[in-house]
Ligand binder design. Structure first.
Ligand code: PMP
Ligand code: GLN
Length: 383
């Protein structure tokens, strides 16, 4: 007899990123769906990894992360955001941003807790909340600027509200939070027991001279927050799956109780390499300009297609509306574009629990110019 199990996620299928990347591969399509760069990462950084391996950094490092790397990250948080972060107690290196989010949610959620989540929402948030027996209270960002309807947030708070999740720059829309938003969040959470999870994996991918409003800039907000980051996004190495979480001591102690029995510790040579490479501030300080050029390059090409831009101010992504030329669902169009025109994208309805469809597709522009140009050329033929 085959053993049976009861799924903890009965309503979940395979993530849209895998579905669209697989479809792209089957049809030889240009993959502007899943978010990853198609250009090489820094060779100086890969050389540092090789050197670290060759010089024997191949055993477990400290369970909370290589001390030199945590020291460099605390220094960076201080110089970028004026934050006072204790590298010993407040930072844990994780195998990616997703793991940091999973661990933070698992650390705090009890059955019956409510978590306020803005939609469109990055696809791991709601399943992780539900795995922990908690309830996602979803609030739609205002289309088309994808701003937070703060009055709706206030109205959604109940005695069960345990956490509010924010994500800026935002995936999939490229919306960014302003200082005003952070002040409102401060006012809403002051004198409550509500925690915050701030997903800041795109902290450096921010455009149009906008300053990233990290939680780390706001001591009152930081006191109730888990802040999650990813080296994959900052150093063009999504396959490394390395990230970190910053949280105040009392929250981080609880986070580490979970972390120690899950992965315990992360890849040693890469941590050694990153600790050294973080000294190169220009690398991450220039990232916004570098990626903005790609956004603008792609945006100009897209003007020759029937799509209409829904402007992005950060991340790898820009959404484009097709309302003007098709009545298909976004999933239907994404599949048709992949099969018939050789372009894979992500339908934004996948980021809504109820499948809300504003007729927009997400395009990843973290690609070589030739990739973007060839994709746009195919789209100009679109009918
Ligand atoms: N959050 C958001 C908003 C993301 O887009 C990603 C993308 N990869 C992650 C978290 C996870 O990052 P990682 O690949 O480091 O797990
Ligand atoms: N974060 C990336 C995206 O939004 C992909 C991550 C994944 O495939 N899980 O496309």
């Amino acid at each position: 007899m085959q053993p049976t199990i009861v799924s903890k996620l009965p309503n979940v299928g395979t993530t849209i990123f895998t579905v669209m990347s697989q479809l792209a591969a089957e049809h030889g399509a240009v993959n502007l769906g899943q978010g990853f760069p198609d250009f090489p990462m820094s060779s100086a950084l890969t050389e540092l990894v090789c050197k670290a391996m060759q010089s024997g950094h191949n055993q477990y490092v400290h369970m909370n992360g290589l001390p030199a790397l945590r020291g460099a990250l605390a220094q960076k948080a201080s110089s970028l955001y004026g934050a006072t972060i204790n590298p010993v107690t407040d930072i844990t290196i994780t195998p990616g941003g997703t793991y940091a989010i999973y661990t933070a949610l698992t650390t705090v959620l009890q059955p019956g807790d409510e978590v306020i989540v803005f939609e469109p929402a990055y696809d791991c948030y709601i399943p992780t909340i539900e795995l922990n027996g908690a309830k996602a209270i979803t609030i739609a960002l205002k289309y088309p600027d994808y701003s937070i309807p703060w009055e709706a947030v206030k109205a959604s708070i109940t005695p069960c509200t345990r956490m509010i999740m924010i994500n800026s720059p935002h995936n999939p829309t490229g919306a960014v939070l302003s200082r005003e938003d952070m002040k409102t969040l401060s006012a809403i959470t002051a004198n409550t027991n509500i925690l915050i999870l701030s997903d800041e994996v795109y902290e450096h991918l921010i455009f149009d001279d906008i300053a990233h409003q990290s939680i780390l800039r706001y001591p009152d907000l930081f006191a109730r927050s888990f802040v999650c980051f990813s080296f994959g996004k900052t150093y063009h190495c999504t396959g490394w799956k390395l990230g970190y979480c910053i949280a105040p001591d009392h929250l981080m102690q609880a986070f580490r109780k979970i972390h120690q029995f899950n992965c315990f510790t992360c890849d040693s040579p890469k941590q050694v390499a990153l600790a050294a490479y973080l000294q190169n501030e220009a690398d991450y300080l220039n990232l916004g300009t570098f990626m903005q050029q790609k956004r603008d390059f792609f945006r100009a090409l897209m003007e020759k297609t029937p799509f209409r831009c829904v402007p992005s101010h950060g991340s790898y992504f820009e959404c484009y509306s097709y309302e003007g030329f098709s009545r298909e669902t976004d999933k239907e169009l994404a599949i048709r574009l992949t099969k018939e025109y050789g372009i894979a994208t992500i339908p934004v309805s996948s980021f809504y629990r109820n499948g809300e469809d504003n007729k927009v597709l997400r395009f990843c522009f973290a690609k070589k110019e030739e990739t973007l140009a060839s994709a746009a050329a195919k789209l100009t033929k679109l009918k």
